[in-house]
Write a protein that binds this ligand. Structure first.
Ligand SMILES: [Zn+2]
Length: 218
């Protein structure tokens, strides 16, 4: 079986082989040398991804370990990339783990729900700018993460003064091209659901999209 690498909870590259995890020890000229995370068994990996294991492990393999690392890595990524509440992100991942797993191994080896929520809240605070409480606290220019769609496409069209007030206009290039080809645009504004540091949120769409379709600019 060829070498499979995973990322530890601390972001370190590890070897995952036949249910055993190994820490990186050193790089040789044409190979890498690894030591089991639980015992003194060692492994050598080669550029063709072949693995040679030396010494017997003093414990049983744990197949769920790599899956758990994968779930934790995906949760960390989601906690900064998604804007949704951490509670929902964690609960959804735990429900999926529960459904996928034929045994209860996955859930029993994951940290308890409330601890995972705390870990991810801390991770989000460290990696995302704080929520501004006044318009003056809103950074200029806006951090890149707030100027792109989930596909990485540019989303912020304008950030500047309109009638003397800082105003932001968001839309993707594709939506603007679509709007440019439409004869009629529809717009609506609300004072109630916009974030509290702003006065008003306005969104708009084309005649084609106005019946239950999504907004094309904000
Ligand atoms: Zn071992």
């Amino acid at each position: 079986m060829s070498a499979n690498f995973v990322e530890s909870t601390h972001g370190k590259r590890q070897l995952n082989h036949l249910g055993y995890r190994y820490c990186f020890k050193r790089k040789n000229i044409n190979s890498e040398y690894w030591v089991c995370v639980q015992c003194k068994a060692t492994a050598t990996t080669y550029p063709d991804l072949s693995v040679v294991v030396r010494y017997n492990h003093t414990h049983l393999p744990d197949e769920s370990c790599a899956k758990i690392l994968k779930i934790r890595k995906s949760l960390k990524r989601k906690s900064t990339a998604d804007a949704g509440p951490i509670d929902c992100i964690v609960e959804e991942a735990y429900n999926n783990a529960n459904r996928q797993s034929s045994s209860t191994d996955l859930l029993t080896n994951l940290p308890p729900l409330h601890i995972m929520k705390n870990i991810l809240q801390r991770h989000r605070r460290k990696n995302r700018p704080p929520v501004p409480h006044t318009i003056e606290q809103l950074p200029f220019p806006l951090p890149d993460t707030y100027c792109k769609t989930t596909n990485g496409e540019s989303f912020l069209l304008y950030d500047g003064l309109l009638a003397g007030t800082r105003s932001l206009i968001f839309s993707s290039y594709g939506d603007i091209v679509h709007l440019s080809q439409q004869e009629h645009w529809y717009g609506d504004g609300t004072f109630y659901t916009c974030p509290s540091i702003f006065t008003r949120s306005i969104n708009g769409t084309s005649s084609e999209n106005c019946d239950g379709g999504s907004s094309l600019f904000f």
